[in-house]
Design a protein around this ligand. Sequence first.
Ligand SMILES: [Ca+2]
Ligand SMILES: [Ca+2]
Length: 101
Amino acid sequence: MDGLPRTGWVAAKHLALLPGSDEAGFVYLGSGRFASDRRKQPPITAAALQSMATDPGRPVTYTCVPIGSGERIGVDRDGDGAWDGDERDADTDPADADSRP
Ligand SMILES: [Ca+2]
Ligand SMILES: [Ca+2]
């Protein structure tokens, strides 16, 4: 399973450029799948996530986090329930819980 732990959640901040975005967060769902910080996007495999970092200077960073904190660290930094990518798309502040779509 690509060397990822089978328990807990792993959040990944992916700094490779995605279309229309300069940053994306992901949270590990289990079974080698990651959810992006845009709720409507389907989960992707660990291999697909790694393949996005094909150029130098566009790393994918994996962070092991305590069980239960992966969603906040990976995809909803302010914990307001709106995921970071959806907030960026809606021009609300992903770091301010009082600002949400
Ligand atoms: Ca949020
Ligand atoms: Ca917010």
